[in-house]
Ligand binder design. Structure first.
Ligand SMILES: NC(=O)c1ccc[n+]([C@@H]2O[C@H](COP(=O)([O-])OP(=O)(O)OC[C@H]3O[C@@H](n4cnc5c(N)ncnc54)[C@H](O)[C@@H]3O)[C@@H](O)[C@H]2O)c1
Length: 333
């Protein structure tokens, strides 16, 4: 990819700026954001080619190598529609959207127009999850019987520069909430363990946070390989937790994304082996993801997490909301 090629980043908030910092070292970047202060900050932090308040104007007036959609989730679909109409490859922040509606059509359009598309479930690019995947695929822990995922932190601690109740995460209609946001965890279960075929969930608000979105999501999942998974996501834990325990017939893997380690217990050796990582190994995922995506574009290669793949995660999210509402198990179609 030459430096002359230009990309558009829609949404210059916290993740948009993180991507802009990486992409601006390799490509010309345009920024679109409705907020003057966000545009001003981006221009201060990186070399920005052009800035727009209206992403539609940017898309209509330019040819982009790709468009990175980094707005709150309720806008992902309409931005993707216009981007595809104007033949742009897509880098879409997770979650895909607020639900599955409309995305199949976008995936079909992308296929027809041969547009590369990627949904940024970036945890797959963390080296310790990658190592876990290799261990599981090499049958190091045998058949996976069950897994537990705990993923939580206190929403008011996330963005110290703004009131948490003004942040989109506090607003259900904008796609905030524990389930949609922490759906990284669902993507990881699919990546490491298998496809989900059944969901039973409680999704709700149990704290006194001033939010309309959910602050807790407790999911029971069954996979196509008969593994049982429990997930507990929240936005209210006063100390961050991010831990996954996978129990197999030949061993156990525990991954901790707060203390950055992976350990594996072997039934045969009756001992643990621990691999320690640094916070930097975790943060590198953004750079690794960006390079992976640029490589897919250069080689015209389908990405590992395209819209069709992300739709599988999104349908588990939709089914969890439904299960909580109807208080019954939901089978994934
Ligand atoms: N993959 C990750 O690790 C990761 C981390 C954080 C956020 N995210 C995802 O990124 C997305 C954004 O999250 P965030 O934390 O950066 O939120 P944010 O609130 O910090 O940023 C969103 C930005 O979008 C802008 N925006 C709103 N409406 C717009 C419009 N119509 N046109 C252009 N810009 C508009 C806002 O002004 C804001 O600057 C969400 O989907 C979130 O889930 C992913």
């Amino acid at each position: 990819m030459t430096i002359k090629e230009k990309v558009l980043i829609v949404g210059a908030g916290s993740i948009g700026r993180r991507h802009a910092k990486i992409f601006s070292k390799h490509l010309k970047i345009d920024i679109a954001d409705i907020s003057y202060s966000r545009i001003k900050l981006s221009n201060k932090l990186f070399k920005v080619n052009d800035s727009y308040f209206d992403y539609k104007k940017a898309i209509v007036e330019n040819n982009y190598k790709f468009i990175a959609i980094c707005t709150p989730p309720h806008l992902h679909l309409e931005i993707a529609k216009l981007s595809v109409k104007h033949n742009n490859n897509l880098f879409i922040e997770k979650p895909l959207g607020i639900n599955c509606k409309g995305w199949k059509k976008i995936a079909i359009e992308c296929k027809k127009k041969k547009l590369i598309n990627y949904v940024a479930y970036c945890h797959r690019h963390i080296s310790y999850f990658y190592r876990a995947k290799k261990m599981i695929d090499a049958n190091k822990i045998g058949k996976i019987l069950h897994a537990n995922m705990r993923w939580g932190s206190y929403l008011p601690d996330w963005h110290p520069w703004e009131k948490y109740y003004n942040f989109y995460m506090a607003k259900k209609e904008q796609g905030g909430g524990a389930l949609l946001d922490e759906s990284h965890g669902i993507d990881l279960i699919r990546y490491l363990i298998g496809e989900i075929i059944e969901v039973s969930a409680f999704v709700g608000k149990i704290s006194d946070l001033k939010i309309t979105s959910d602050d807790i999501a407790i999911l029971n999942l069954k996979t196509n390989k008969n593994s049982y998974i429990q997930i507990n996501f929240d936005l209210l834990a006063r100390f961050p937790r991010n831990n996954l325990e996978i129990v197999g017939t030949k061993g156990t893997i525990i991954i901790d994304r707060v203390d950055h380690y992976l350990k594996i217990f072997s039934v045969k050796n009756k001992s643990w082996k621990k691999f320690k990582y640094k916070k930097d190994d975790f943060l590198k995922m953004y750079k690794q993801q960006a390079f992976y995506f640029m490589d897919c574009i250069n080689k015209r290669k389908r990405t590992i997490i395209d819209i069709n793949d992300a739709l599988k995660t999104q349908s588990i999210i939709d089914s969890a909301f439904l299960s909580s509402k109807i208080k019954r198990n939901v089978k994934i179609k």
